[in-house]
Design a protein around this ligand. Sequence first.
Ligand code: 13P
Length: 249
Amino acid sequence: MRKPVMAGNWKMYKTPAETTAFFEKFRPLVAASGHCEIVIAPPFTNLAAAVAAVQGTAIHIGAQNIAWAKEGAFTGEISGPMIAAAGATHAIVGHSERRQYFGETDETVLKRTQAALEYGLTPIVCVGERLDDRESGKTEAVLVSQFQKGIAGLTAQQFAKIVIAYEPVWAIGTGKTATPEIAADAHRAIRAEVREKYGKEAADSIRILYGGSVKPDNARVLMAQPEIDGVLVGGAALDPVGFASIVNF
Ligand code: 13P
């Protein structure tokens, strides 16, 4: 059995004070949510407030990106040791917005994933096709290519520690959720690649999350797909009541 991961990516929203206020409402609503792992990834500037707010709970805090180096002259980057020292346990890597606006490539995704693992953080590695890829029938080819050029560079031991998030770019922030069937097809394609590269056991245990316009009213049908092992939620993770209802689908 794969334990679901219900993750929220806050993107560039909320101040530390808003972070504290979110968790005051959110904590009691998920106090009995032992069926899943909960991860929230606020902006870097809110990591300390978020970690303080979840003390004594099972809620995990993650970063939205991670540098590939330990330290050095990398203006604007935040490293694994810094994230870990702030008390976070996870890091999102290769989100489509990083790929689209900040030059993230499969190669840098691999380096950042390796850095997260080296510093004891769980990477949530994002893959997903764009609308033109899907419309030209290239969805599977794109997912396979992102896998092969990116995380297929991990050792089997490293791979066993990651989480994958399938986020079709056309479904992010658009209100267009992939149907559960479309998502499950993509998850199967990714899992088949995992099986080929790392074997059956790795394929059976890797958790593949779905992300893209997940809302309280569609979380249940998505989670009903055996292929979908959790969700990575953007907009709807900003509201404590709404995100709690997704967590408790
Ligand atoms: P939305 O849930 O706002 O579509 O964002 C999804 C996402 O990008 C999560 O990482």
